[in-house]
Structure formats: C-alpha cells, structure tokens
Ligand binder design. Sequence first.
Ligand code: GFB
Length: 311
Amino acid sequence: MKKDDKIVVFGGNGMLGSSVVRRLQTQNLNNIITVSKGDRCDLLNQDRVNEFFKAEKPDYAFMVAGLVGGIQANNTRQADFLYQNAMMILHVLEALKNNSPNTKLLFTGSTCIYPRENPQPINENRFMMGPLEETNKGYAVAKGMGIIGCQLYRAQYGINAIAAMPTNMYGPNDNYNVETGHFIGALVIKMLNAKKTGESPTFWGTGKPRREAMYVDDCADALIYLMNNYNKPEIVNIGTGFDNSIREYVEIAQKLIGFVGEIKWDFSKPDGMYEKKTDISYLLSLMPEYKPRKFEQGLKDVLKADFNYDI
Ligand code: GFB
C-alpha cells in the first residue's frame, strides 16, 4: 500500500477495524474510508454495496466487518450470525466483481471455522475436515463460506481476495458487555469490578477450555502485512502459538489487578471448544518478524488504553 492509495476498512468502528485504521495511520497511510453499521454502505444491502464500490473504486478493502460476539451471543443467535456474516461477504465479493475488480480484498474469518476436534496446534489444512463446534456453528459456516467465496471469485473472476483466520482477540475498543462479549473483555470488566466492590466475580463453564488470546494490534499488523505481501488463495492463521486455560487467565488477571477474594464458576454456561491453539508456522514463513505480545503485557496495555489503569 502506498501513501495515496485509497483504503476501505469495513467494520472500522469495531475492535479489529479500529485497530487496522490506527495501525495504517502509523504507517502514514491516511487515505482511509471507514464503513460501519448504519453508514451509507449497508453491507446487508447488495445495491448499497454496489453503489459504494462503483463510486469509490478503492485500491484495497479490509473486510473485517461482521456480526461478532462471545460464546453466549453466538450460541443464542446462530441464525443471525449465519445470515448476516454470509450475506456481508457475498455482497462485497459480488460488488467487487461488477464494479471494482481491481480492488484487493482481505477477508477475516475466524479459527472457529475449524472442526470441533483437531490435532494441536491447528493447521490451515484442517478447514472442512470434520464436524463443527455446536456453540458457533452458524458463525463458522458463514465464515467458511466467505473463505470459499474468496477462492471462487479469485478463480472465476480474477479478484485478488485473500483470507486470514484470526484467533480469539482482545484489546482497545473491545465489546465490554459481559453478556454478549468474548471472554477476555468480560474478564477485564469482571475483575476490575471485583476489585472495586470486593464482590466475587462469576465466570462461565468449567474453566478448563484452553484459548489463545491475541492483542488486537498484533493481529492488525499481520493483516496489513498480508495485504502488502500475500496474494494466494490459501488461508492464513493469525494466532499467538501459545495458550492458557480459562482458569489460568483468571488467575493472571486476578494477580495483576490485585483481587484477592473468591472466584465463582457458573457450570450451567457452555465451555465451547476444548482447545484451539493455532499453528502459525505459515504466517511466520511469510512474516518472520511477527511476534505477538504475551498476555501479561497485552493485559497491561488494554488496562491502560481503555481504563486508564496503569500497572
Ligand atoms: O471468548 P468466548 O466467549 O468464546 O469464551 P469461544 C471462551 C471461553 O471462556 C468459554 C469461557 O469456555 C467460556 O465458557 N468463559 C468464562 C467466558 N467466563 C466467561 C465470561 O464471562 N464471558 C465469556 N464470553 N466467556 C468464540 C466464538 O468462541 O470464539 C466466536 O463463539 C468466535 O464465534 C471466537 O469465533 C473467536 O472462544 O468459546
């Protein structure tokens, strides 16, 4: 990407989209259009998306928009997650084909596209190799369809569409709603609140599942790198390569924030996938300098960025 290139970030107000914008700006890339929910370009409306691409003809488009949420939001709104995420990427691909075929597209999926059970760490070749996790089936099918969409529009129409699969993320501008958000965002809010009130926080499930936790800016840097350097149909994992159990994350946050009371667990809530550590060897072969920060550092960074809480 060069200084004057026109770059669109779909989902530019979200956690990942806003991070992509911030990180582009640090590279002096400022010709950026952000598109968010409620804007002129409603991604659920093919006509609006067509008009947008016809008018703007951007050089690059980061498709990081989507209906996203944690395990409970996914599990209880499976049809919405399926429909909205599937339609958004199909509309973008179709609009590109008809109105702006020279735009390079980067689509973000998710590691939940992989089967429920995998040899760890999960290599990209596990896509479509087995039954999906039930708690996010709708989202996973939509994101998997997006991958195939990118590959098929590339093969049939020559669209330069690439697809990256980020692992679980947290960071500035996260969704801190404890009902609909992901685990790390909820962990931060619940632990800060426990420290303030002295009341025990309650976490979901058994605490045994293992997850990676990637700081969103590290993901954004990898996406920007891929946009600049990668032009193939094969998907690329963006993870950390290291994981912890949910219980271990709670202990780390407890120690860092300084809450000494009891932790409660709500076993009626689902655990989801037992483990999903990503194999990031393909990404490292493309971007040898990729070095995602450790969770302890990222937690300090997000506490400072979003809560002005300096440790
Ligand atoms: O991050 P999370 O909501 O989503 O939950 P997934 C991760 C794990 O943390 C689960 C546990 O085992 C939860 O039961 N957990 C414990 C909590 N306490 C909490 C809490 O207070 N809030 C939340 N949210 N979880 C998502 C998918 O799955 O992964 C999405 O649903 C997406 O589609 C994302 O793909 C990457 O990791 O289970």
